[in-house]
Design a protein around this ligand. Structure first.
Ligand code: AQP
Length: 329
């Protein structure tokens, strides 16, 4: 049996990169009935950079609704909000007291994110990977489906598990990352060398799951392309390759099928059809999202049940940790 854990920060609007990089993998894993699935809305991670409290609350519910609307089935998966299980922060402290500073100093995401925060960089942002390790290790997670940017954090999580086990005896399961090679790093439509991101100030490069049909058409129309007019997946064509993967993921066609379909045709036809495929793909997700947001009782029940499951499972692990570390009486 695999135990799967993954999460997304409610730090902005979920975009097609989050969907293709992670949620679509979760959906595949949901098809195997033997998997134990835990999907979290990681609000404690979101506050490692400044958040407006009102907006954060709104985004937590929005992300939960988008998980369900995208096809995460609460009958098969456990969905909960990270801050509703305090075992995550408890275990983080224990990890903080055993992780060498040098390990944390190597984290490249901190280097990128702290550069954006400058003087406002917090200890919490530095500590982000320790909280992520706690999220994963609390549940005996065997596999973590994520985008490429999280690979280093999963490797660190493995190192933490192995170090803890060496000091205190077998307690944690070192997890494996699950990264879909093709979809691991979807790029901005405006800059194919930069990751599509919630916090990108230029939102014209990001297709959000809740964008209107008009916004989607406009963003795809304005997407940058490469020199030459061929529609092929190739290293020297990063912008078109990115669009081809997005097209493939939302249409269900393979990249080579799409390449053949547009042989001899121009970027105009390609973009127009991609925009329509995207609208068609997102329409049912948005419809289900709106239903869930109209009646929040269903969502509340899902999140309550998820939190109860999470607390029940992690409390056993925390008891074990306290015992081996020598905490309490
Ligand atoms: N562009 C992307 N392509 C593929 N996967 C992606 N992920 C994020 N962006 C892409 C994956 O989505 C999951 C959740 O990401 P996160 O919320 O933890 O934050 P992030 O990685 O920092 O993503 P963003 O959208 O860029 O957020 P901000 O702007 O808030 O920092 C992860 O599995 C991630 O790999």
């Amino acid at each position: 049996m695999k135990t799967i854990f993954s999460g997304i920060q409610p730090s902005g609007n979920l975009h097609i990169g989050n969907y293709i990089g992670t949620i679509s993998q979760w959906m595949k894993l949901q098809q195997e009935s033997s998997n134990e699935l835990i999907f979290c809305i990681v609000d404690l991670h979101a506050i490692t950079v400044p958040q407006d409290p009102k907006m954060l609350r709104q985004k937590i519910v929005e992300v939960a609704a988008l998980y369900v609307a995208s096809g995460i089935d609460p009958k098969k998966s456990n969905i909960f909000v990270q801050s509703e299980n305090s075992d995550h922060t408890y275990l983080t402290w224990i990890f903080d007291c055993m992780i060498p500073m040098g390990w944390m100093n190597r984290m490249t995401q901190f280097k990128d994110k702290s550069a954006k925060q400058a003087e406002g960089t917090t200890v919490g942002l530095f500590n982000y990977p320790a909280l992520m390790a706690a999220d994963i290790l609390l549940y005996d997670t065997t596999h973590v489906p994520v985008g490429e940017d999280q690979r280093q954090h999963i490797e660190l999580t493995r190192d933490i598990a192995e170090k803890f086990n060496k000091i205190y005896g077998e307690t944690f399961v070192p997890p494996e990352p699950m990264i879909d090679k093709q979809a691991a790093r979807m790029m901005s439509l405006q800059n194919p060398t930069s990751k599509m991101s919630k916090s990108d100030k230029d939102q014209t490069g990001t297709i959000n799951l809740l964008d209107s049909a008009g916004e989607i058409r406009k963003k795809i129309q304005r997407a940058v392309t490469d020199s030459g007019s061929e529609i092929v997946y190739r290293e020297d064509k990063p912008a078109v390759s990115n669009l081809l993967i997005i097209y493939s993921k939302v249409s269900g066609k393979s990249v080579s099928e799409i390449e053949s379909q547009y042989q001899g045709k121009g970027y105009g036809d390609f973009k127009k059809d991609l925009a329509e495929a995207m609208v068609e793909f997102l329409t049912p997700i948005q419809k289900r999202y709106n239903e869930l947001m109209k009646n929040k009782d269903e969502l509340s029940k899902i999140l309550d049940a998820g939190a109860e499951f999470a607390r029940h499972k992690s409390s056993k692990k925390i008891e074990m940790v306290k015992k081996v570390v020598g905490l309490g009486r």
